[in-house]
Design a protein around this ligand. Structure first.
Ligand code: UDP
Length: 460
């Protein structure tokens, strides 16, 4: 490979945590394999990113101070990002090409929420690769809509849906964008559908998943789409990837109020702690937070719970007092989730089933209690409970809230219940598959190597 001129990829992300993480990881991976990698993100997120071997450069979404929060609506934000982002991303690439000390940019890798980046690549006459940040199974649903096999909102008479390579899917197991007519005009759905409409126009289409995890789907979709699996895109140290000391993504948008959570975990017995986190975006109803609090308490397990700053005031005061007195739990505003999932004291992850969180738990062999909120999360929950069998899904009551009794039941099921042994065995098996996929010569590693080699050669 050393004999080829080095390729230069620009990787551009949507500025949310669940997008920055996999795209930054992909950039680090490509850099570790010899490509020059520049990571482009909005001005206000670029400042927060540090990643070895990757050059971080700002573009503009048109809201340079506060980003999304400054925009009057999702529609306006995405529209403005498209216009200003296309212009500033093009300018960035032209500027990079004026720097004769580094190879010219020959490929744009873009986040699937930025479908307009394809036109930037085309106008500059460079290669394009899109990275899909949902599971391949979820992506296949959108693809079926594009192909006219499925309509949205999904016709209730067709439920449970039977589609190639997928388990039968009930209404509450579908991505919320497809299950519910409220999202019919959603700007997010429009961006998602735009990317599937133009999938074939890309030189490469990658998804953050791995063959062993979604093999039935991969087989069923052969010939129907050009998607290749390159995941799990989690820091290398956790999955025996190419960068041995890589233990964090390198771009946390939120800060923790506590630096001692790992020391606290160190004092606890193996596999006893329930780790609870609902990702970066979900806003949990106050009633639901109360049920989680008392469900955790009555499970009698110790817990570490991430409650973002913006949600802290929803915590019941009496509960806070009692955990202080009993020392049975710790609440932090943010953490390095991977370090916690990798910690030997953690025995269960109560998660909202964001795709990154799900993949991270799978890659680290941690059994899960699924409490999906919206978007692709209900489908991820279905897979983890019924396909991979690495956890259980907490069922909502009639008022849409998961009760404390249900939470306690699910924790017990995963920790000590009838299914517990099977769940733990499956979780370890999945962790081994993930390591194998990204390890030297594994399914994902081979696809990434082929991509790198093609770019170094200047693929024809
Ligand atoms: N995360 C983190 N610390 C936390 C909570 C979450 O580092 O306290 C990371 C987590 O590791 C994951 C990302 O934030 O990579 C969340 O992405 P996901 O797709 O799971 O959920 P989203 O935030 O998009 O809903």
């Amino acid at each position: 490979m050393e004999n080829y001129p080095r390729g230069h990829v620009v990787v551009v992300t949507y500025p949310a945590q669940g997008h920055i993480n996999p795209l930054l990881q992909f950039a680090k991976c490509l850099a570790s394999k010899g490509l020059k990698a520049t990571f482009a993100t909005t001005l206000y997120t670029a400042k927060l990113i540090r990643a070895d071997g990757v050059n971080v450069m700002p573009i503009s979404d048109g809201f340079d101070v506060g980003g999304f929060k400054e925009a009057p609506s999702v529609e306006t934000y995405l529209e403005t990002f498209k216009t200003v982002g296309s212009r500033t991303l093009t300018q960035l690439i032209l500027n990079l090409n004026n720097d004769h000390s580094s190879p010219v940019v020959n490929c744009l890798v873009f986040d699937s929420l930025l479908p307009w980046a394809l036109d930037v690549a085309k106008n500059l006459d460079i290669f394009s690769a899109v990275l899909l940040t949902n599971s391949a199974s979820v992506c296949s649903l959108y693809c079926h809509i594009h192909r006219g096999v499925l309509s949205f909102p999904v016709d209730q008479e067709r439920v449970p849906l039977i589609l190639p390579g997928l388990p039968p899917l009930g209404l509450d197991e579908l991505p919320s964008f497809l299950a519910c007519s409220t999202y019919h005009d959603s700007a997010y759905l429009t961006a998602i559908m735009e990317k599937f409409r133009r999938l074939e126009e890309n030189d490469w289409v990658f998804v953050n998943s791995f063959e062993e995890l979604e093999n039935q789907l991969a087989e069923a979709m052969t010939g129907l789409w050009p998607v290749q699996m390159v995941g799990p895109l989690v820091p290398s140290a956790y999955v025996d990837g190419p960068i041995a000391e890589d233990r964090a993504y390198g771009g946390s948008l939120l800060k923790s109020n506590d630096d001692h959570y790992l020391k606290w975990l160190d004092t606890k017995a193996p596999n006893t702690i329930i780790f609870v986190s609902f990702g970066s975006m979900a806003q949990i109803e106050i009633k639901q937070i109360e049920e989680i609090a008392y469900g955790l308490k009555s499970s009698k397990n110790r817990f570490l719970w991430v409650v973002k700053d913006s949600e802290q005031e929803k915590l019941p005061i009496q509960f806070l007092q009692s955990i202080d007195e009993m020392g049975c739990g710790k609440i932090v505003t943010w953490c390095n989730q991977l370090e916690i999932l990798a910690h030997k004291s953690v025995g269960c992850f109560m998660t909202h089933c964001g795709w990154n969180s799900t993949l991270e738990a799978i890659s680290l062999g941690v059994p899960m209690v699924a409490m999906p909120q919206w978007s692709d999360q209900p489908t991820n929950a279905k897979f983890l409970e019924n396909v991979w069998r690495v956890g259980v899904r907490a069922k909502k009551g009639e008022n849409g809230i998961v009760t404390r009794e249900e939470i306690e039941r699910c924790i017990k099921e995963v920790m000590v219940g009838e299914k517990s042994d099977e769940i733990k065995i499956n979780a370890s098996k999945m962790r081994d598959y993930a390591k194998r996929a990204i390890g030297k010569g594994g399914s994902s590693d081979t696809i990434i190597n082929n991509f790198v080699e093609a770019l170094m050669k200047g693929k024809g």
